[in-house]
Design a protein around this ligand. Structure first.
Ligand code: FAD
Ligand code: AMP
Length: 480
């Protein structure tokens, strides 16, 4: 068999593996190169998402939620338990089993779709050649009609809190702790910081999140951000905005963190563990030969157009290594688009309708534009807000915190955005994403029959509230 492929994908995270599978489905001879190794040194697929991101974080999220519920919530249901304890190594072992199962699943999908899976490091040379250095150090050159770069991202380091893998850790380290830290510091109250902070908070850590920006969740709809902060604070998360970390000193088994507070005063806090969650950066180390023809932008992302073409003909780039939200599903959709374009089809990714979720409890989820963005765009709009406390299913489940906020164009009633904090927000927002994809109006959603009693009735009621027709609460604006 020759080493010439129709498509070589470098990276098997959710962007790369999906691109490889779709390309192979379309009859293209496809290989996917992955350099990630498990703890025993064997090659594994799945990238950040499956190994140290989406999946393991959700495994811990569910374990910690069950622990917290058994400890604090069951009593009100009349359920008595003995003393509730947490075996952290057992929880971590369960997470690792799930990771293994999911990444093994990709190997199975590659096999059934006839994707050639190659373990090692890939480097793009000029003329769509790829140099493969396998995990034993053997070097070979592969030729391809098309190369898809999907090398992903890594956590950002900050010199004021260098990760030592022991006391100061990054998100990967926070998924591997073997005991619950008594005092846990988190730098960055963004998506990952809040998720990991609340996992360990539920298990008993006293968590302080230090966030440099003045506003909390600055890119989210601020009404929802405010409500989220209220809920998380009530749960015990100590969220401090306008607090920029300026230094840290590890002293034995603890770390003293220095930061400036909202008034510009210097403050100090001591933690048993400090998680640095200040964002992620594109990863292109060793990926590109000097003459590959692929350009990076000023922030280090691979430069691509809307169709994910790089500046080198026949070379594409997708996922976290290119512009846009660093989300698994965004990368996967780009992977499908590129594979189909290579096969001669003409799909596009709708970058305006990409749902995003923060997996705290309750979840926070959004799709479309925020009220702040719509206002800044100078558009007229109507807003409908509906609280979960007026939803029977939410009250019955003791999950009645939060709200659904829907925003629609004032003239056309087209839904422009939906923002939710509350039970099952991630799945609820997906209903609106689907509706928005079909250009729906708030009235369309309001006229749809929703099952009763469901959490999703809050979506229907928020849509009705846009035009002053909500049934289960007084309407702010009444229209006939
Ligand atoms: P990656 O998943 O980073 O994969 C890139 C792969 O390329 C890696 O396996 C890497 O080893 C490989 N690679 C790089 N260079 C080479 C090379 N030269 N040769 C061979 N292989 C190479 N997103 C969500 O949408 N939902 C979530 O709930 C969510 N939770 C997260 C939780 C945490 C803690 C973290 C850290 C991230 C989370 N994310 C989440 C983000 C998500 O993981 C990323 O957006 C996603 O993994 C990006 O996919 P990707 O394929 O572009 O890159
Ligand atoms: P995200 O990009 O969602 O992962 O969030 C990362 C957060 O970290 C952002 O909100 C940043 O403002 C915050 N951040 C970055 N540097 C610092 C710092 N030195 N101190 C506190 N917060 C920071």
């Amino acid at each position: 068999m020759s080493d010439k492929y129709d498509v070589i994908v470098i990276g098997s995270g959710p962007a790369g593996y999906v691109a490889a599978i779709r390309a192979a489905q379309l009859g293209l001879k496809t290989a996917c190169i992955e350099k990630w190794k498990d703890k025993k040194g064997a090659g594994v697929n799945g990238g950040t998402c499956l190994n140290v991101g989406c999946i393991p974080s959700k495994a811990l999220l569910d374990s910690s939620h069950k622990y917290h519920a058994a400890k604090d919530d069951y009593q009100s249901h009349g359920i008595a338990t003995g003393e509730v304890t947490i075996d952290v190594p057992a929880m971590i072992a369960r997470k690792e089993k799930i990771v293994k199962q999911m990444s093994g699943g990709i190997a199975g999908l590659f096999k059934s779709n006839k994707v050639t899976s190659l373990y090692g490091s890939g480097k793009l040379l000029a003329g769509r050649q790829v140099e493969l250095t396998d995990n034993d150090g053997n070097v070979s050159i592969l030729d391809a009609e098309n190369v898809i770069l999907a090398s992903g991202s890594v956590p950002v380091d900050i010199p004021v809190a260098p990760v030592d893998g022991d006391v100061i850790i990054d998100s990967t380290g926070a998924l591997e702790l073997t005991e619950v830290p008594e005092r846990l510091g988190v730098i960055g109250a963004g998506v990952i910081g809040l998720e990991l902070g609340s996992v360990w908070g539920r298990l008993g850590s006293k968590v302080v999140c230090l966030e440099a920006l003045d506003s909390f969740l600055a890119n989210m709809d601020q009404q929802i951000a405010k409500e989220t902060r209220k809920i998380l604070t009530k749960q015990g998360l100590d969220i401090r905005t306008s607090c920029r970390v300026t230094g840290s000193e590890v002293k034995g088994k603890e770390v003293e963190v220095t930061f400036t507070d909202a008034d510009g005063n210097e403050q100090k806090e001591t933690f048993d563990k400090l998680i640095v969650c200040v964002g992620r950066r594109p990863y292109t180390e060793g990926l590109l030969a000097g003459d590959s023809g692929v350009n990076l932008d000023e922030r280090g992302f691979i430069y691509v157009n809307d169709l994910c073409s790089t500046s080198a003909p026949g070379v594409w780039a997708i996922g976290d290594v290119v512009r846009g939200p660093m989300l698994a599903h965004k990368g996967s959709e780009e992977g499908v688009m590129v594979a189909e374009r290579i096969a001669g089809q003409k799909p596009l990714v709708n970058y305006d309708i990409i749902p995003s979720v923060i997996y705290t409890h309750p979840e926070v989820a959004a799709v479309g534009r925020t009220e702040e963005q719509i206002k800044a765009d100078g558009e007229e709009y109507n807003v409908g807000v509906f609280p979960f406390v007026a939803i029977g299913r939410a009250v019955a489940a003791d999950e009645a915190e939060g709200m659904v906020k829907m925003i629609a164009d004032a003239k056309t009633d087209r839904v422009l955005g939906c923002h939710i904090v509350g039970p099952n927000a991630a799945d609820l927002v997906q209903q609106v994403a689907l509706a928005m994809e079909f250009g729906t109006t708030a009235e369309d959603i309001g006229m749809t029959v929703f099952g009763h009693p469901t959490f999703s009735e809050a979506v229907k009621e928020a849509a009705l509230a846009v035009n002053g027709h909500a049934i289960h609460m007084p309407n702010r604006k009444r229209r006939k």
